[in-house]
Design a protein around this ligand. Structure first.
Ligand SMILES: Nc1ncnc2c1ncn2[C@@H]1O[C@H](COP(=O)(O)OP(=O)(O)O[C@H]2O[C@H](CO)[C@@H](O)[C@H](O)[C@H]2O)[C@@H](O)[C@H]1O
Length: 817
């Protein structure tokens, strides 16, 4: 059973009723709702009720109404599913609740007398509470009538407008206050922005949520294995912030109850359930499964309707994801704008936002390499053993654009922002082990907006070999032990060339039961028998995505699979290619912040003919190149390694410098290639500029300023720079491989279609041919050139399409057994 959300609300000052929405895990076969009530701090745990039972107990419509002094707090299940002034989406669809109508769906320890008593007591108390609510509702309705009659009489007296104000202030017993008062306290401006008004009697502020003892300044330390005592994580009070939720983990299993070989590797806790006594996160898309959301009650207030009246008319449209809303945790070793070495950082920064826009509750977990300004310490501390060494992590959180960004802090991550994947092999491995071990537990330990994600309806998205251990840990530590049975993992391949290879002895570092070794062992002619983390992740993940269709095909070939093609072919059924999108706020010439100074300018489809040349001029000036608008400017941006085909550019340079062109290259990576770039600049100083280093600003400016972008990659899983180029009216010339083939449709001069030039083989003369044709069009066919630009700029390359496709994969994983 998973508690997938909870909501605390006050009925009157003495009684706190907490309704926790529980849902059967058997989503496919049945889906029912249950409630847990808590009074005065003694919870009646785990009572699950079917619709029928609910109806019997609470009235015909499964209507559970609470109201105190005008605070609209009521539950209604089925149909519109309104819960306590919150709308509940995606739960208890009348269709999905079908199946049998057993009275008790899931009841922890069901059948015991004590629990039966507790159930009865709960029911009795609930009835009392309901009666009180009814009374209060009646009072409110009468109060409203009185108020509106006063108001009417005042408004009719137009000579005394001031009375209207007096009359308004006379509403003090029923005035408008924020139904998210508590949230406002906890989240400051963020929550205030999301607050909507509802009728609350401010003379008696409801006591919602945590008591102050929940903010004890106590570090949450890992309970030792074997305890079955309650673990209470009282979060450290972060400075200057109102503390977040108190989270309880109940009934930890004893070590001895686990299979011997697995108990050794069990994580330091195994939560059976959790409660958050302050379920106050009301952000849209939050709590994917319960999806609680504040609803404006104004209309009902004005209309003098009873507080428990249905609120359908006020509901905002359902999430794009519809009934598929999920809790999603994306884990990656880099995430723009905080950390980025390449395209993975861009994806981790943008895909989650697109998923959140579809209504999912989305978290990104990434190491905290530096002292970032937005994320706040949430005071959760945990310890993990990595290769026999105790390592502590704690978490920072920022809620941005609908996404919970969670930063894992630990000494081994600190100050690595310029060397994320650097260091000795075993040290790198330890970082990945710590990150994945801790990340898989985050849904239990890290409350975002006061509520942990839990394991209900949860899917992890791991990225590349660095996080490929996460699906393995999820299986070994949890699913093999009957825990997190319904949590799924999807592994995304951004680049198969990096696999986390090492000697078989490395297995001892990853802390898994012996029989897991086979998952990691791989033999290939290059590495011989070795330890391969990507291999284990690919086998273990429920689904595998790669970042283009072309690459998903290439991965299955011996040339493209880099030794993993066998495993990929075996797991073909779970592999899907989804072309990356781009962050259209970050990469958009209309608003690009890097084009706002130094002579650069923003531009759009409407004015690019005059404004883009202005960017070109600014770039030429900034780089100290001769300012000639008619000289075609060619750019290259990328990691300097074998993948990106820099050597092909090197071979083509003698031809290029014989043309009337300018070439600017931005990159960092292999030292020999960096040196080569420097050499080109010094040899052809009037035509070539080499910017060796990592500069996001220059990447944007080059993309806007140049006419042509070269991408001669030997392989390219997706490639983002060609997408950015097209949106900036810059024409790509690319090797037709992987995602480049998928995204750059070759120019057809007869039909005036296509976006750029492609060449079929990674050879310098092919590159020269394609570039020659491109330059010819630039010089002699200006209308065709403009058409290419317009078509490129007009594309919808946003993440929204890709997010939709990811969602299909996540749903497929969810329903996979
Ligand atoms: N020196 C520099 N200064 C500033 N910015 C620089 C830079 N060098 C590169 N960048 C930026 O890093 C990103 C590179 O993205 P890519 O998709 O081209 O390549 P990468 O190979 O890293 O990603 C892998 O993952 C991505 C995401 O899935 C796939 O698209 C890709 O094919 C795969 O190889 C772009 O945003 C680019 O502007």
């Amino acid at each position: 059973m998973a508690s997938i959300g909870s909501l605390s609300f006050s009925v009157e000052s003495a009684v706190t009723a907490e309704a926790s929405l529980l849902r059967s895990k058997s989503h496919l076969r049945r889906s029912r709702l249950g409630f847990v009530f808590r009074e005065g701090g003694s919870p009646y745990r785990g009572v699950g009720l079917s619709k029928t039972r609910f109806r019997e107990l609470f009235g015909g419509e499964l209507l559970l109404g609470f109201s105190s002094n005008g605070l609209r707090t009521h539950c209604r299940c089925g149909g519109g599913r309104v819960l306590g002034g919150f709308r509940v989406r995606g739960v208890g669809e009348s269709g999905s609740e079908g199946g049998g109508e057993e009275e008790v769906v899931e009841e922890r320890g069901s059948g015991s007398d004590a629990e039966e008593d507790a159930l009865q007591a709960t029911i009795e108390k609930s009835k009392k509470v309901l009666a009180m609510q009814k009374d209060l509702l009646q009072q409110i309705v009468e109060g409203r009538k009185l108020v509106s009659s006063i108001k009417n009489s005042v408004i009719s007296d137009e000579q005394e407008p001031g009375i209207i104000n007096r009359s308004d202030s006379s509403l003090s017993n029923l005035n408008l206050a924020s139904s998210s008062r508590v949230i406002e306290d906890e989240y400051g401006s963020r929550a205030v922005a999301e607050t909507r008004s509802t009728a609350v009697d401010t003379s008696e502020t409801p006591s919602v949520g945590l008591s102050s003892d929940a903010v004890d300044d106590v570090n949450s330390k890992s309970p030792s294995l074997g305890t079955n005592k309650h673990l209470v994580v009282n979060q450290k009070k972060p400075e200057g912030r109102t503390p977040l939720a108190k989270v309880e983990y109940l009934d930890l299993p004893r070590e001895s109850s686990l299979p011997t070989d697995q108990s050794k590797i069990m994580p330091p806790f195994l939560p059976k359930t959790y409660e958050s006594s302050k379920a106050t996160d009301v952000r849209p898309g939050n709590l994917a499964e319960t999806n609680l959301e504040f609803v404006s009650n104004d209309a009902n207030m004005e209309g003098g309707e009873p507080a428990v009246a249905p609120m359908e008319e006020n509901e905002s449209p359902p999430p794009l994801a519809g009934a598929n809303v999920m809790n999603i945790i994306l884990v990656a070793m880099e995430c723009a704008p905080w950390s980025k070495t390449g395209g993975l950082g861009d994806v981790a920064g943008a895909l989650p936002k697109a998923l959140a826009r579809r209504g999912h509750r989305v978290m990104v977990v990434v190491p905290r390499y530096g002292n970032y300004s937005e994320p706040q310490d949430i005071g959760v501390y945990k310890r993990y053993k990595v290769d026999g060494q105790d390592m502590e992590v704690n978490y920072f959180h920022a809620y941005i654009d609908g996404v919970d960004f969670v930063f894992m802090d630990s000494p081994i991550f600190r100050h690595r922002e310029n060397d994320i994947y650097g260091g000795k092999r075993v040290d790198i491995l330890k970082r990945m082990v710590l990150f994945c071990k801790a990340a898989v537990e985050i849904p239990w330990f890290v409350p975002c907006g006061g509520v942990c994600y839990g394991d209900g309806n949860l899917v992890f998205i791991a990225n590349d070999w660095h996080t490929a251990l996460l699906p393995v840990y999820l299986k070994a530590y949890y699913r093999d032990n009957g825990l997190m049975k319904y949590t799924r993992s999807v592994l995304v391949i951004h680049n198969i060339a990096h696999q986390g290879r090492g000697p078989v002895d490395d297995f001892s570092v990853v802390d898994l039961p012996g029989h897991y070794l086979d998952l990691f062992k791989l033999y290939d002619p290059v590495g011989g028998e070795h330890f391969n983390i990507f291999a284990a992740g690919l086998k273990t993940a429920d689904r595998v995505v790669t970042v283009s269709h072309g690459y998903s095909w290439e991965l299955k070939t011996s040339e493209g699979g880099w030794g993993l093609h066998g495993i990929i072919n075996e797991n073909d059924w779970k592999l899907q290619g989804i072309v990356n999108g781009i962050d259209t706020r970050d990469w958009n010439p209309e608003v690009d912040i890097h084009l706002k100074s130094d002579g650069y300018t923003n531009y759009s489809l409407d004015n690019f003919k005059t404004k883009k040349p202005q960017c070109k001029e600014a770039l030429q000036r900034e780089l100290g190149l001769p300012v000639h608008n008619n000289v075609p400017m060619i750019g290259f941006i990328g990691r300097l390694d074998n993948q990106k085909g820099v050597d092909l550019i090197a071979e083509a340079i003698p031809w290029m410098v014989g043309q009337d062109v300018q070439l600017v290259m931005l990159g960092t990576g292999r030292e020999d290639l960096e040196e080569m770039l420097r050499k080109f600049e010094s040899q052809h100083n009037d035509k070539v500029r080499s910017w060796v280093g990592f500069s996001v600003k220059m990447a944007h400016r080059i993309t806007a300023g140049v006419d042509i972008l070269l991408m001669p990659s030997r392989f390219e899983p997706c490639g983002l720079n060609q997408l950015y180029a097209m949106i900036y009216g810059t024409i790509p010339v690319v090797h037709a491989v992987g995602g480049l083939r998928d995204t750059v449709q070759p120019f057809d001069p007869y039909n005036e279609t296509g976006f750029g030039w492609t060449f079929e083989r990674a050879e310098a003369n092919r590159l020269i041919d394609a570039l020659g044709n491109c330059l010819n069009t630039y010089r002699n066919y200006r209308n065709s050139w403009e058409g290419l630009q317009r078509r490129g700029m007009s594309q919808d390359l946003s993440w929204d399409n890709a997010a939709h496709l990811y969602e299909e994969v996540l749903v497929a994983a969810k329903y996979q057994w």
